[in-house]
Design a protein around this ligand. Structure first.
Ligand code: ADP
Ligand code: MG
Length: 293
């Protein structure tokens, strides 16, 4: 079970949305992390086979996914960022329809049992008979994840699965995916560090179409060792700090403000333990870069 991508590139006209990205994924959960516009959906839509690459290869167990065709679709589960759900369907009807579209060879009884299974996974069993049009954003999102799980996929692609979920639903989804991911390759895109911080085996950092890093979370965090500081400043100095330094958290205290400063040089204050959030800020600092241009 291996997904390999080699020099994967996508151009929309003259715009390069994904630029020669290569990686190889064995079973486990992988977080594809990057801000809006980084190219996450472009990449995942190509891996899902619904968007044609401009160049490069996508291989499942060493074979081109286009050549695998139906065999690939049998092992693939895909939750797109913009799910095409049918408002006038009930949740269960929609999942029956998707079971048919996916060509699952099942008796009606097996199909319904399987649908109950995926509804349980996303905690929607009690809403099975409700109209999708009446669902909240979080419920629609969970239904979209449920349809991706119908064929018990070996490769599960989740494009911003936590969008629209409340904190409790986020945690639940994280735990659900962690438990079912044992024998799967899961690629999970997000711009929210906490989604994947504790469950991802590796984090792939995508910036402006380029793969900047792919490392274990602990290694990424360790590289920030000695770069994160807690600096007490006067409240009136906060705007100047925000202008000139890379600031994570801002904590207002009784007499002063404690800034979390990410810096290669000593900015004052005390060194503190880095976290993945700091890594994200470090890679996606906007202000410093605009200055360089
Ligand atoms: P992400 O999912 O990380 O937010 P996308 O893959 O959606 O990023 O987009 C990457 C870049 O490609 C963005 O600059 C976006 O505007 C551009 N883009 C995406 N889809 C199209 C398209 N169909 N036509 C032209 N440009 C596109
Ligand atoms: Mg996207």
């Amino acid at each position: 079970m291996n997904l390999s991508v080699k020099n994967l590139t996508k151009k929309y006209g003259s715009k390069t949305a994904l630029d020669q990205v290569s990686f190889s994924l064995d079973p486990g959960i992988y977080g594809l992390l990057g801000p809006n516009g980084a190219g996450k959906s472009t990449m995942i839509n190509m891996i899902a086979g619904i968007l044609r690459p401009t160049a490069g290869e996508i291989l499942w167990d060493g074979e081109e996914i286009r050549e695998l065709d139906r065999k690939y679709r049998e092992i693939l589960g895909f939750q797109p960022q913009q799910p095409g759900l049918y408002r006038d369907f009930r949740a269960k009807e929609f999942l029956r329809y998707m079971s048919a579209v996916k060509g699952l060879r099942q008796t009606r009884k097996e199909m319904d049992k399987n649908i109950d299974r995926v509804l349980d996974l996303v905690n929607l069993r009690k809403d099975a008979g409700s109209m999708i049009g009446a669902f909240s954003g979080g419920m629609k999102q969970r239904l979209s994840i449920a349809q991706a799980l119908l064929n018990d996929p070996k490769l599960l692609l989740l494009d911003e699965p936590t969008a629209g979920l409340d904190p409790k639903e986020r945690i639940r989804l994280r735990n659900t995916i962690a438990t079912i991911a044992l024998d799967k390759v899961v690629l999970w895109t997000t711009h929210i560090v906490s989604d994947i911080e504790y469950i991802a085996r590796e984090i792939l950092i995508l910036k402006e179409g380029k793969l900047m890093r792919s490392s274990e979370p602990a290694d990424l965090v360790q590289e920030m060792e000695g770069k994160v500081f807690l600096v007490p400043v006067r409240p009136e100095d906060v705007p100047a700090w925000e202008e000139n330094a890379l600031i994570g958290n801002v904590q207002k205290r009784e007499r002063d403000v404690l800034l979390r400063v990410i810096s290669d040089e000593y900015p004052g204050g005390e060194n503190t333990e880095p976290a993945l959030e700091d890594v994200y800020l470090y890679y996606f600092r906007e202000r410093a870069e605009e200055g360089e241009r």
